[in-house]
Design a protein around this ligand. Structure first.
Ligand code: FES
Length: 77
């Protein structure tokens, strides 16, 4: 599956990078230039990361009070 159409990045490339380096979502985005153009692929990247680390994602989406917060958007500069 292509995750980022602007850069032609496939899911397998992300999986390989995370497996080899343990990169975070932000690091993956920076290294592979995901989200640098139109940004429509960031939700795809999040889905791939969620599939790889479902336990981490649930922690990231919770505030210190244990409440779930909305989506966190960022721009990978
Ligand atoms: S689809 Fe990834 S920047 Fe456009």
């Amino acid at each position: 599956m292509i995750v980022c159409h602007c850069e032609g990045i496939r899911e397998k490339q992300i999986q390989d990078l995370v497996s080899e380096t343990g990169a975070s979502m932000k690091q993956v985005a920076r290294q592979l230039n995901i989200g640098r153009d139109c940004g429509r692929c960031l939700s795809n990247l999040k889905s791939v990361m969620d599939k790889m680390h479902p336990h981490l994602e649930s922690d990231l989406n919770k505030t210190s009070l244990g409440k779930t917060r909305g989506p966190v958007l960022f721009y990978a500069a």
